[in-house]
Design a protein around this ligand. Structure first.
Ligand code: MG
Length: 640
């Protein structure tokens, strides 16, 4: 640290604060009473200094000090430790709950908006609480612990106060070491990007890829995000890590599209921390990274990890809204946890939800958790939001999310996170999934003639036991009875019924665009044949072109385009859907497999969206076309 003219002052303040705490400790020791030291950290005032002026910052701090004095119980001392740190030394508290209550009250009061002349300011002040039961401890340790606690409270975001203890101090020290190492990791290229596929439960196709960070620690090996991101959050390094990830993801997406010019990848999603979103330059950094890598905004999605932040910050919402208008998909991550609010969903500028892992335990959910998950899925669908279930590791979980009609899933059962090099052939992965092979097809490794009890069937189908009885009585689900009269059902029958239910009448119809899509119609009229060829070529090995890329497929494709283009221009989406369904049926008759048909329609929608956005067309049109292709895919699959 460099010498500044303020240092003598600071030293004086510190000595005075220590003397005050020491005196109080002595008295508390004599009377065997609790002493509480509360440190109010308002270092956030630097924002005011920068935005307005140092003098305004000083006035804000003076007003803050008055609030602290008003809040402090009678007989407490209030002393200043630094320009932006105040200490309350409270000797008259009876026990810990009183101290915690005081910390809470103080934190609430200091975070209320401050009115200074025409300005309304809000300081993100935090409170650190250190306790000395019966006056045990030293003044410097108490001040240090309260300070560390205040900093931790700051890093935790919306939690505005925190209690310090010896264990938390030890953790703080370990964090400091980790923080140093992490700064080195950034400088020495020890961070690595991993990618995990997100798979559509309707079709088994790839609908997204989540970018995840790993740390190749020189001594501790490969570390997962949970082992270092909390520290990064607290230290502020999260912003640099976020920048690094954004740049690395953009580079990777750019390289994928160069290597596979015929393919349009599903969006790659990045996790965004609360702290990054609070930075008003976030949207700008994001868009310039996209521009630098020359990739369209559709290539990326953001997973916003802290719903609390989205709820309370209008500026965060604005940034998200701006990115969304560009075409970046916004997903609310870990939704359904204790702090999530269903009421806010309708107002947030988001495209989809990712469920909180706590709702999807390894062996299914409790009835209460299931009810919550059902409510979330129902509301989200009513609002037109997509739902992804991450962390799917078991067949039980997969069965639960299927029965909940979740749109997409992600997890070790489907595909593990992998470095980009091994994901190079995304095409193979997609074909495998679309072909119904692998876990996404719903196939279970268990023997299919195994007999299941009624309760297991109810769980697997996501219905009540009485519904299972009714289905059995109606003959929809054949069953047998044990000698004791208990019903048993073959696993294969249950699986068949589950598949039918996920595709059958319960299938939510796609909302087709109600208006003409003029930009899409024009694009199809001019470049349609080239786009069909591009989508078709993406499907096949050049040596073995299948139906879509063969002359008869391409000729049939031109007919389809005429019908589709006309329907889009006239605003008759349903006619476009009919033309597309006829084309899909012709492909199947001509020998294309179901997987080829599904992939072609998805690929075509992606290629057209890409072109629309590149030509400056609205993401709205791209979404409209996507919905028609998705509806055609569903219609096609339902006939199989
Ligand atoms: Mg995530």
């Amino acid at each position: 640290m460099t010498n500044t003219p303020h240092e003598p002052d600071r030293e004086q303040l510190r000595r005075h604060a220590q003397a005050t705490v020491r005196g109080a400790l002595d008295r508390a020791g004599e009377r065997r009473r609790l002493l509480a030291v509360l440190l109010v950290d308002a270092s956030d005032v630097s924002r005011v200094d920068q935005a307005a002026a140092h003098a305004t910052g000083d006035r804000a701090l003076a007003a803050l000090e008055q609030r602290v004095r008003d809040c402090a119980p009678a007989g407490s001392a209030v002393v200043r430790l630094t320009r932006e740190r105040l200490v309350v030394v409270a000797e008259q508290l009876d026990d810990r709950p009183d101290a915690v209550e005081l910390a809470q009250a103080l934190a609430t009061r200091v975070r209320e908006p401050l009115r200074l002349e025409q300005l309304t300011l809000r300081l993100d002040a935090t409170v650190g609480l250190a306790l000395a039961p019966e006056g045990r401890g030293t003044a410097s340790a108490l001040l240090r612990d309260a300070d560390a606690a205040a900093r931790q409270a700051h890093a935790a975001g919306e939690r505005a106060w925190r209690l310090a203890d010896a264990a938390s101090h030890e953790r703080a020290m370990r964090r400091l070491r980790l923080e140093d190492e992490l700064a080195t990791a950034l400088a020495h290229d020890q961070l690595a990007l991993y990618f995990q596929p997100i798979v559509s439960l309707r079709r088994g196709t790839l609908v997204g890829i989540e970018a995840l960070v790993r740390w190749r620690h020189p001594e501790r090996g490969l570390l997962g995000p949970a082992q270092f991101l909390p520290v990064a959050e607290e230290s502020g390094l999260i912003v640099e890590i976020g920048d690094w990830m954004l740049a690395a993801v953009c580079t990777q997406v750019g390289s994928w599209s160069t290597r596979h010019p015929e393919r349009v990848l599903p969006p790659v999603s990045l996790n965004v921390s609360a702290r990054e979103l609070r930075d008003e330059r976030f949207a700008q950094r994001f868009t310039s990274a996209l521009a630098g890598a020359q990739i369209p905004p559709e290539s990326l999605a953001l997973e916003v990890t802290d719903p609390g932040v989205v709820d309370e910050r209008a500026d965060v919402e604005e940034a998200l809204e701006a990115l969304r208008r560009l075409g970046v998909r916004i997903l609310l991550d870990r939704f359904g946890g204790a702090r999530s609010s269903l009421a806010h969903l309708a107002q947030l500028p988001i495209d989809g939800l990712k469920l909180d892992g706590s709702l999807l335990r390894a062996h299914g959910a409790s009835p209460g958790e299931r009810a919550i998950a059902e409510a979330i899925v129902g509301l989200a669908h009513a609002l037109g939001l997509s739902i992804t279930a991450p962390g799917i590791e078991t067949q039980e979980q997969l069965a639960v999310v299927r029965s909940l009609e979740v749109d997409a899933a992600q997890g070790h059962l489907l595909a593990r996170p992998a470095p980009a090099s091994t994901l190079a052939d995304l095409q193979d992965l997609e074909l495998e999934l679309a072909g119904g092979g692998g876990a996404a097809g719903g196939g279970a490794p268990e023997p299919s003639d195994e007999l299941l009890p009624l309760s297991a069937v109810a769980d697997a189908l996501g219905v009540s036991p009485s519904t299972v009885r009714r289905l059995a009585d109606q003959g929809v689900l054949p069953g047998t009875r044990t000698g004791g009269g208990h019903r048993r059902f073959r696993r294969a029958d249950v699986q068949r019924l589950a598949r039918e239910r996920s595709r059958g009448p319960a299938l939510r119809p796609w909302e087709l665009p109600a208006h003409p899509l003029p930009a899409s119609a024009e694009l199809l009229a001019h470049d349609g044949s080239a786009l069909v060829e591009r989508a078709a070529r993406a499907l096949y090995d050049p040596q073995q072109p299948g139906w879509f890329a063969a002359p008869q497929g391409l000729a049939r494709g031109r007919m389809w385009l005429a019908g589709l283009g006309g329907a889009l221009a006239a605003g008759k989406a349903r006619e476009g859907l009919t033309a597309t369904s006829a084309y899909a049926d012709a492909a199947a008759l001509g020998g294309a497999s179901a997987a080829e048909v599904v992939r072609f329609l998805g690929q075509f929608a992606a290629v057209v969206s890409h072109e629309l956005v590149r030509a400056g067309g609205g993401p709205e049109e791209a979404r409209g076309l996507q919905r028609i292709m998705s509806a055609a895919t569903d219609a096609f699959l339902e006939k199989r």
